[in-house]
Design a binder for this molecule. Structure first.
Ligand code: PLP
Length: 488
């Protein structure tokens, strides 16, 4: 027998609304120490209203809250560019081992040799995977990895007294963090066009490159999910002009064991451990975005870098380091998860991750491209960017389709990105979904396309089954309600 829970019947009262005066979630034993006087009453805030609630109610409250969310542990989550893959639970278990979780960043190195060795081993693995052997695990997010990598590029040019190089060239399909990080690193952003095949327009790039080019930021595969066939020409053009090539490797899901960015002429890249290397993410963190560089650039890396010396493992500062980019060593618990993931899979396993991710995305693309148009009729890598332009002409937008998918237990794809694709729906199935799940998604997408002509109101009113319907997204940004208040 299956029991279905009607979302409307779930008790969704807020914690404060459950409060009853005098109710408690705990009882303290009688005091066996001398009573101390309370702080001066002017320091006490009598007006703070705290919920008074039993332990059982607290548990119910948080359990219900957890069920209101879509998550990769409950639903298919094809959010392109974000790599919402299965995160093996053993990674969580290992990262909470006391020897790895009950340590402090200021502990002397000799008391945390195992932890530093783990960092060193992961650095080596990431260096091997990307072909860029200089690695710092310090950055706390993909965007911070970009920032750190761009600081390395600036430090390199400065070390050669080549200060006129102030321009970062960024493709028009780039993730928004790319131009933002370049601007934060003090570089001026110049945009290079994509051609009609979705590749970097090499002629346009030639026109833009000059003696002021500091760095070219490339995403590989591009945010259209496409392999850049002119990559070797591109890296040569940049190097001949004296610039460096930065690759946004936030998602390495298409490259593991197949292609090394360093072999393509890339000098610097970052990768999001919380995407490719399996850490639960979404909802704002924590993240980890290590930065990888060629051996020539390793001396500029942010501190710290784990090293093996004659006296054991140490955390050290590279000779011409750009310095510290956050308080400590990065997101250590995520570093442990990535380490566990890589070791569990091994070389062959990592390779099959990418092979399966690529096959899954192409399967979806080939079964949907007659209904939803694609930028270029060629194989994609780990994700496919569908366009709902045809559907839009019939009155239904990409957003409407994304909302309707929720009724079928499918999280929305990434929408309206990359910006150069009209009504973009960017679908990344990842390697961890079964063929049955992909078939379900394909069937639902085709059904929604049918509904446009038969019963469009079903789409416009979607989602029908979820606790919240369509949100006012403008108000959510402009007037966010971030805390409970009695009036609200
Ligand atoms: C996710 C992503 C980023 C940013 O990573 P954060 O950890 O969110 O800062 C950058 N580039 C690409 C291509 C991404 O997919």
């Amino acid at each position: 027998m299956t029991i279905t829970i009607d979302a409307n019947e779930v008790d969704r009262r807020l914690l404060m609304d459950r409060s009853l005066a005098g109710r408690r979630a705990f009882t303290l034993p009688g005091s066996d120490v001398p009573e101390q006087s309370l702080p001066d009453s002017s320091l006490l805030r009598e007006d703070v209203e705290l919920p008074e609630i039993s332990q059982l109610e607290v548990i119910r409250y948080f359990s219900v809250l957890s069920q209101l969310n879509f998550s990769i542990d409950t639903n298919f989550y094809p959010l392109g560019s974000c790599t919402m893959k299965y995160n093996p639970k053993i990674n969580d278990e290992l990262s909470s081992l006391p020897g790895l979780s009950d340590i402090h960043p200021l502990q002397p190195d000799e008391t945390v040799q195992g932890a530093i060795r783990l960092m060193k081993d992961l650095q080596d693995d990431l260096g091997e995977i990307t072909g860029l052997p200089g690695v710092s695990l310090a950055p706390l997010a993909g965007a911070q990895g970009e920032y750190a990598g761009l600081l390395v590029a600036r430090a390199y040019h400065a070390s050669r007294h080549d200060e006129k190089r102030t321009i970062a060239i960024v493709p028009d399909s780039a993730h928004g963090t790319n131009p933002a990080s370049a601007a934060m690193a003090g570089l001026e952003v110049v945009t290079v066009r994509s051609d009609e095949q979705g590749n970097v327009d090499v002629e346009n790039l030639r026109e833009l490159v000059n003696e002021k080019t500091a760095v070219f930021m490339l995403t590989m595969p591009s945010t259209l999910g496409l392999f850049e066939p002119n990559i070797l020409d591109i890296t040569n053009i940049i190097h001949d002009a004296g610039g460096l090539v930065y690759a946004d490797g936030a998602n390495l899901n298409a490259l593991l064991g197949l292609v090394k960015l360093g072999d393509l002429g890339v000098d610097i890249c970052h990768s999001n451990l919380h995407k490719t290397f399996s850490t639960p993410h979404g909802g704002g963190g924590p993240g980890s975005g290590p930065v990888m560089v060629s051996s020539e650039l390793a001396k500029f890396l942010p501190t710290p870098v784990a090293e093996q010396t004659d006296h054991g493992y140490v955390l050290s500062q590279p000779a011409m380091s750009v310095g510290s980019i956050n308080g400590f060593h990065g997101s250590f618990s995520i570093v442990v998860r990535a380490f566990a993931y890589i070791k569990a899979l091994g070389c062959e396993g990592l390779k099959s991750v990418s092979e399966n991710a690529i096959i899954g995305a192409n399967y979806i693309q080939s079964k949907l491209k007659d209904k939803y148009s694609i930028v270029a009729d060629r194989y994609c890598m780990h994700e496919t960017v569908l366009s709902a332009a045809n559907q839009k002409k019939r009155g239904v937008s990409g957003l409407d389709i994304a909302k309707r998918l929720l009724d079928f237990g499918i999280h929305a794809p990434t929408m309206y990105f990359p910006l150069i694709v009209e009504e973009a729906l960017m679908v990344e199935p990842t390697e961890s979904e079964s063929k049955e799940t992909l078939d379900h998604f394909i069937a639902v997408m085709r059904q929604i396309d049918d509904e446009i002509d038969r019963s469009p109101e079903l789409i416009f009113d979607a989602p029908h089954e979820l606790p919240v319907k369509r949100l006012d997204e403008v108000a959510a940004v402009r007037k966010p309600v971030l805390r409970w208040s009695p009036e609200g």
